[in-house]
Design a protein around this ligand. Sequence first.
Ligand code: PMP
Length: 326
Amino acid sequence: MINAKNSLDLIGNTPIVLLRGASEATGCEIWAKCEYANPGGSVKDRAALYIVRDAEANGLLRPGGTIVEGTAGNTGIGLALVGNALGYRTIIVMPDNQSAEKMATIRALGAELVLVPPAPFANPGHFVHTSRRIAEETDNAIWANQFDNIANRKAHICGTAEEIWQQMEGRVDGFTCAAGTGGTIAGTGLGLKAKDERITIALTDPHGAGLYNYYKCGELKPEGSSVAEGIGQNRITGNQDGAPIDTQFRISDAEGLAVCRRLLDDEGLCVGLSSGINVAGAMALARELGPGKRIVTILCDSGFRYLSTLYNPEWLASKGLAEAAA
Ligand code: PMP
């Protein structure tokens, strides 16, 4: 039991659960860290708190200040709740094709939400560049810069990795997850390697991202596409740089959705697509390492955040994914 003295102390120290179906199917123990249990409902609360605390410590964020960020949504939710708890205003820039639930949550938290059309990173209208410009034009504002600000991955070195090591009682054979900013995979990977360098760190990439080919053959080459929100990266961000990746897997949306369905039907766990892709990656790692191993992955956010998409039959049919989720 945790008795938090402050709402921000609710961030981190998430439970870890043994996934029965994935474990039985592979002969390994597959454990998942329940990041949806953070107060903002996702793994990104951790990065939000570390980024804000780092900006305060460096004198960049002053009383009455504003936090500006570009995000697929979860970091925006995390920054808005951290901002509310500490007395800062937040302005969140988000592509307009992300889930309506995330947009409504950001608005409910009182943040200013700026929606932009999806655009390639090279386009100045991309949500990341738009957020940087707004920060530059706003008085007493910081740009959180979650992709390149390594306070993000520090949250996972000091938090996620340390917690996994304690919860697994020092017996971990492998860890895997997908990358958005890369903070989770790089930070948790670095933290676990510092505990035991024999732990295998695997990147699980969605289709449409360039990192699988980067780690496999040194070339950032995306192939295919994905509807997964919050993951899929085509550059080596400041947080991804130096991630200790030993092996890599590429998981399709159909595979990830099938895992989401199994988790919901067999274990009562309702999670987002990046979590389904992560568990599918953990199963691939289990098969590579062989039976009897202990593998950890991340349940990044709740499926309740995607009731209008991943858990809506009409939406799935419109994306050609109805069968995968059946
Ligand atoms: N899953 C979801 C749902 C996310 O919102 C994010 C954050 N972009 C991730 C996974 C990836 O986390 P990270 O940014 O630490 O790579």
